[in-house]
Write a protein that binds this ligand. Structure first.
Ligand SMILES: [Zn+2]
Length: 297
């Protein structure tokens, strides 16, 4: 059984004025490692969420205790994720294109939550000197097998950083982190003064989140935090970052991937090949893509 912790204040800004945001459907006794898959198709399963009146942060309450979900990520295997590398590769190429003016190829780049290394492989091919952190041993093995990348297997707290990086990327990571403030303190220590941080994370303030309500596709067991514009600003400002580019992010997936999220029984059917070739852009634009510079002290 997963260890839970009840919160009486906002874990981000510490304001005690919090209120129920959405009632949950999660049954903690039934949570398994598979629920933390990146490609998890059980949408709509969610924690009970509270929101903060002061900063707008939305957080699971009760929430998994610090370290309580690390074992799930460590045990995670996700074959489907690596198979979606073409669509994800397109998303990631766009990120590299926008990063370039802020941090040119040749810069050091650390990807936290690197999964099977799809992004890092592209970054390395573009000329960046890359390193990655990934808690899942199976995904670390995939990264080596597919791309010859050697990732650090574990969490950021244990990463033996010898150098400070020019770029750190957090691509769909913040919504998984049990304590974003503690996480940012560690992360800031790995980033050189003047270094760039790239964040992609779902936007709970987006039109899609508000219209779809409990059916919003970002509600899933692995997502325990949701940011909006003001809570992200709060987090970045507190840690000495200045936002240089903020845009809405639209994911790019194959038709096969999107259809099997909606209709899981189609998995492995004859349609697979043509649908995997057909790429669609999910124009919900319900994530943030943010480029922020760490101020020089
Ligand atoms: Zn708050």
């Amino acid at each position: 059984m997963i260890r839970l912790q009840s919160l009486d204040r906002c874990p981000l800004c510490q304001c005690p004025q919090i209120k129920l945001f959405k009632k949950g459907t999660v049954v903690p006794e039934r949570i398994r490692a598979d629920d933390f898959k990146i490609t998890d198709s059980h949408y709509g399963t969610r924690w009970t969420f509270f929101s903060c009146r002061q900063c707008g942060f939305v957080f699971a309450n009760p929430t998994p205790a610090q370290g309580a979900i690390a074992q799930f990520y460590a045990a995670l295997a996700d074959e489907e994720y690596s198979q979606e590398d073409e669509g994800r590769g397109r998303n990631f190429s766009n990120i590299l294109r926008r990063l370039r003016p802020h941090a040119p190829p040749g810069s050091t780049l650390l990807d936290v939550g690197a999964a099977s290394g799809i992004f890092l492989n592209l970054a390395r091919n573009a000329g960046y000197r890359v390193a990655g952190i990934e808690p899942s041993a199976a995904l670390v093995a995939d990264a080596e097998k597919f791309y010859g990348l050697k990732l650090f297997c574990g969490t950021m707290e244990h990463f033996p950083a010898g150098e400070k990086f020019a770029v750190i990327t957090l691509l769909d990571v913040l919504e998984h982190v049990t304590d974003p403030v503690a996480f940012f303190s560690v992360l800031s220590g790995f980033l050189a003064p003047g270094g760039m941080l790239v964040i992609v994370t779902p936007d709970i303030g987006s039109l899609a989140a508000r219209i779809l309500g409990g059916r919003w596709w970002h509600y899933r067991v692995a997502h325990i935090n949701f940011f909006n514009r003001s809570s992200l600003d709060w987090l970045l400002e507190k840690h000495g970052f200045e936002i240089t580019l903020r845009k809405r992010f639209a994911w790019n997936f194959s038709a096969y991937y999107l259809l099997t999220r909606l209709l899981p029984y189609l998995k492995g059917k004859a349609l697979q090949k043509p649908l995997k070739k057909l790429h669609l852009k999910l124009q919900l634009s319900d994530s943030w893509e943010i480029y922020a510079r760490k101020k020089e002290k």
